[in-house]
Write a protein that binds this ligand. Structure first.
Ligand SMILES: [Zn+2]
Length: 185
């Protein structure tokens, strides 16, 4: 019985950062608990989150929750992101266009990453066609643009069948790699 519960906990831990806490709870009486607790203590400071004044249908608190989860996922960048800002903007903001074109951008000198409102609210058809979901698209864009802010340039698929690099130029452009949205898949 205990083994079955732990197995479910491990699966849940893979799915969400919040579930990692649940995993620790499950393992409280297990001798591996100290290790699990040490993992759970790694918490990275999220960036500041803003929603532009002309974006009226997106709740900043919900954006912040998604960004926090992406930043704190063990497959994420594994570094603090405070000092950066993630801003949801209308398409056209400084030339950043909507779904199917550019969906995010980053300015290192301002430590600012933006995601267009329509990219936040609607999965792109080409990303959906390769198996991507809206949740994956949100995390991918946020982590990709934050990746630029911590100094990463674009990368190409290293070899067919490998996880697509997070820093590819478009969410849907797998080039023979497998779908991936994490810097440390
Ligand atoms: Zn980029």
């Amino acid at each position: 019985m205990q083994r079955r519960v732990i197995g479910m906990g491990v699966l849940a831990a893979v799915l969400t950062a919040a579930a990692v806490l649940a995993w620790v709870d499950v393992l409280t009486d297990d001798r591996r608990a100290p290790v699990a607790a040490a993992v759970a203590q790694v918490r990275y400071a999220p960036p500041k989150v803003e929603v532009a004044d002309d974006v009226t249908d997106i709740d900043p608190a919900e954006v912040a929750a998604v960004v926090d989860q992406a930043v704190n996922d063990p497959r994420g960048w594994r570094t603090n992101m405070d000092g950066f800002t993630v801003r949801i903007v209308q398409p056209g903001y400084r030339g950043v266009n909507g779904i199917g074109q550019l969906v995010g951008a980053a300015w290192a000198d301002e430590q600012l990453a933006v995601v267009t409102a329509d990219a936040w609210m609607r999965v792109g058809p080409r990303f959906a066609a390769v198996g991507g979901t809206l949740d994956m698209q949100r995390a991918h864009i946020v982590l990709h643009e934050l990746g630029h802010l911590i100094g990463h340039d674009h990368e190409s698929c290293p070899a067919p069948g490998q996880p697509a690099p997070l820093m590819r130029t478009a969410t849907y452009a797998l080039d023979g790699c497998t779908l991936n949205i994490w810097p440390n898949p």
